[in-house]
Design a protein around this ligand. Structure first.
Ligand code: UDP
Length: 507
């Protein structure tokens, strides 16, 4: 690796993300952030995931950022996984294949060891996803300090930690019973059904226990957040775990270079970039609602139609992301034989991967209907976009609580039960969608105050990431004494991409 050879005094960090978009994206952003501040970074990634972000890898090279993408081949066949199944959202029958997927990820320890062995000097630090407990013995073997990266909010990980360590669910017989999170800075009630805790699923006990165990052996924790957003919860997590926490986010804001921003997670989005910008460019400020539920959540056909009908009835402008696998024959017919025609003057349906950061950072966007994945929330917060919250599972219900009750920058759809696409139920009716959209997008004292609060957090987020010298001294000094604090701002425009016919309203 050139950086290591040419600049032997620079620190070298190895970053090992969990292969899931909600983890890969922020950890790649973090790699760029560290590289911009003078660290040599080796980002360990599987080949199919690297293929998805080839333009970003190319751009990183053009910008001469000292990042090496270490591409490991993924043993999908050995573990009975379909070809190219190298990321969580590719697992269609999730639980059946998920176990095999995790075992395949865990078998990457030998290739990682071989890579480290091939280096001329021992890396200074390894930042690995909390899910990647398999990296802990590797780090110990080579004497490398290991910092873990937690994907969710500190609000969630702190609450989850307290629930586990106080055995708060032990006496719970009804999974819908309300449990108060003990010793939490605010009153937070959860249910076991909504918030079961990290991978608390039968058949995954060994995986869960290993991750929780190795969380405790880590030398520190990195969170994609910023102090002004979550201070009491960050301090709480530090207090109860005794771990040092570095908040070096929001990572998404370090993508000042449009080319790094547009293909985050999937190069597929690059083709949609110009078309989306043209569409948004014709709209007034804060007039468009963006609807997307992240990389994993799927929505069943009946529910999709309720969403569409609610959007239509709201009379608001919208960009709605529908996943390719959600386009069943019923949905295709419903979209093409009525919905798209009726909403063609004010709606844009994006099928597949959307350039989310480009969309959320456009001034025409005035609201975001989200599943409450932490990256999506943080991306909206850093752009000052208030939200409609619709959690589905995992950390999402607790994240919703942070956004709606603590930060007061969201309108809740009041969904109480976790739900998955295969449940085939309508959880939110079109009229409730219409009401929430109008509450969020129409003016009025409440909506204006919500928007102002959100803008205020956006300013604070920008200060947190721009003032890299001041807000992160602990990170900069203790993670690596050689880090410098210069922020590189690259805003080269994207090269002209394939032009699109502007007649159709679907991408
Ligand atoms: N994302 C995107 N385009 C899409 C869907 C998702 O760029 O069409 C990105 C989004 O910007 C975020 C990540 O994928 O960075 C999703 O992470 P999040 O934590 O919000 O949800 P998850 O996918 O983990 O449920």
């Amino acid at each position: 690796m050139n950086c290591l050879r040419e600049e032997p005094n620079k620190s070298h960090f190895i970053i090992v993300p969990q292969p899931a978009q909600g983890h890969l994206i922020p950890m790649t952003d973090m790699g760029c952030l560290l590289a911009e501040r003078g660290v040599c970074v080796s980002l360990v990634i599987t080949r199919a995931n690297a293929d998805r972000i080839r333009p970003i890898i190319k751009r990183v090279k053009e910008l001469k950022l000292p990042i090496q993408f270490v591409e490991l081949s993924f043993p999908y066949a050995k573990f009975g996984l379909p070809l190219g199944c190298e990321s969580v959202e590719r697992i269609t029958h999730k639980l059946r294949l998920y176990r095999a997927f995790i075992d395949a990820v865990y078998s990457l320890n030998m290739p990682l060891e071989n890579f480290i062995q091939s280096l001329e000097r021992t890396p200074d630090c390894m930042i690995t996803d909390m899910w990647n407990a398999w990296t802990a013995p590797v780090a110990r073997k080579f004497g490398i300090p290991r910092v873990i990266f937690h994907g969710p909010s500190c609000f969630y990980i702190s609450a989850d930690y307290l629930l586990v360590h106080n055995k708060a669910y032990d006496s719970v017989t009804d999974k819908d019973e309300h449990v108060t999170v003990p010793d939490f800075p605010v009153n937070l009630e959860v249910t076991k059904a909504q918030t079961p805790g990290f991978m608390n699923i039968p058949g995954f006990e060994d995986f869960r226990n290993k991750c929780l165990e190795e969380e405790m052996t880590a030398d520190g924790v990195v969170i994609n957040s910023f102090l002004e957003l979550e201070r009491p919860f960050i301090e709480n997590y530090e207090k109860v775990t005794g771990k040092k926490v570095w908040t070096v986010g929001p990572f998404n804001l370090q993508n000042k270079d449009n080319e790094l921003k547009v293909g985050r997670g999937n190069k597929e989005a690059i083709d949609k970039y110009n078309r989306v910008l043209t569409w948004l460019g014709r709209r007034a400020a804060a007039s468009v609602l963006y609807i997307s539920f992240g990389s994993i959540v799927c929505t069943n056909p009946q529910q999709l139609m309720e969403i569409g009908n609610g959007l239509e009835a709201s009379n608001k402008l919208f960009i709605w992301v529908i996943k390719e696998e959600e386009i069943t024959p019923v949905i295709e017919k419903w979209l093409s034989e009525g919905f798209e025609e009726r909403t063609k003057d004010r709606g844009l349906v994006i099928v597949g991967w959307a350039p989310q950061m480009v969309i959320l950072s456009h001034p025409a966007i005035g609201g975001f209907m989200t599943h409450c994945g932490w990256n999506s929330l943080l991306e909206a917060i850093s752009m000052g976009v208030p939200m409609i919250t619709w959690p589905r599972f995992g950390d999402q219900f607790v994240n919703e609580n942070l956004v709606v009750d603590v930060l007061r920058i969201g309108v809740s759809l009041d969904v109480k039960a976790p739900h998955f696409a295969n449940m085939n139920v309508v959880v939110v009716k079109s009229d409730d969608i219409r009401k929430a959209v109008n509450d969020l997008m129409d003016g009025g004292i409440e909506a204006d105050e919500r928007r102002e609060r959100c803008k205020d957090f956006s300013e604070k987020a920008k200060k947190a990431i721009e003032g890299a010298t001041s807000p992160h001294p602990r990170w900069l000094s203790s993670a690596s004494p050689n880090l410098t604090s210069t922020t590189t701002s690259c805003s080269a425009p994207l090269p002209h991409t394939r032009s699109h016919h502007l007649g159709a309203l679907r991408l």
